[in-house]
Design a protein around this ligand. Structure first.
Ligand code: PGA
Length: 240
């Protein structure tokens, strides 16, 4: 696991974006795994800029996303589909149908099977972007005594509901369930890029870096098994 300590959020976003950009220049038909949340926004802004300046093109790229709330319409401004449209897809030229998020109108496993089938067809990603929850979750794989290998409907932990409530009018409005890629698929990428910014991520980052163990109580700890994982952290997340 490569740990890159960055000065601040902008530095982290730029350094992580540079790694994505160099991969995109090398392989225009790149397969990307994308993430939502506030952390990757700066990285996406750097990609948009590189695309505007003609350094990279999304014409032959394809993408899949990690997760989505259950029971939320893709046009709802709290949906992850809306987030991706606003923060990346509306600003770069992916081909029609080249981007995909899981979608589950209700908590039914059939939507998980559909997404698994899509991921199987999609194949290994070149890059997977990841955030980390304050509790060490990856996508919506929450700390637990066991982790799902493949796409599942997950009940959000109280900590995650609390952390995500800042995007909603009230805590009660935060959906209680999500559809999330499982751990086997999260890691099915040649390169993993995890981003962590801010003091509220310090505890999770510290445990990830310092604890020399792998356990489902810290889903991010499995990152240490991946042969090509990069962790970009800003000073606040690194030092607390
Ligand atoms: P955040 O979410 O980027 O909004 O902090 C990250 C995560 O929960 O994985």
């Amino acid at each position: 696991m490569n740990i890159i300590v960055c000065k601040d959020y902008d530095d982290m976003s730029k350094k992580a974006a540079d790694l994505v950009i160099s991969n995109m220049v090398e392989k225009p038909q790149i397969k990307l795994g994308l993430a939502t949340g506030s952390t990757p926004i700066g990285l996406y802004q750097n990609l948009i800029k590189a695309s505007d300046e003609g350094e990279i093109s999304f014409r032959y790229a394809r993408s899949v996303n990690l997760d989505e709330y259950v029971g939320i319409d893709p046009t709802n401004d709290q949906s992850y589909q809306y987030f991706m449209n606003e923060n990346l897809f509306n600003h770069v030229k992916f081909d029609e149908g080249a981007t995909k998020l899981p979608h589950a109108p209700e908590a039914d496993e059939k939507y998980c099977k559909e997404y698994d089938a899509y991921l199987d067809e999609f194949g290994q990603r070149d890059i997977q972007i990841l955030g980390i929850g304050p509790n060490g979750h990856l996508a919506f794989n929450e700390p637990s005594d066991k982790l799902n290998r493949r796409t599942s409907i997950v009940k959000l932990s109280e900590e995650t509901i609390e952390a995500n409530s800042r995007f909603f009018e009230s805590r009660e409005d935060v959906p209680k369930y999500a559809i999330s890629m499982g751990m086997a698929d999260v890691f099915n990428a040649k390169t993993l890029i995890l981003l962590a910014s801010g003091k509220n991520k310090h505890e999770a980052v510290k445990r990830l870096i310092e604890e020399d163990t792998i356990y489902p109580g810290l889903p991010a700890s499995f990152l240490t098994l991946h042969p090509n994982a990069y962790v970009f952290v800003d000073e606040d997340a690194y030092r607390g």
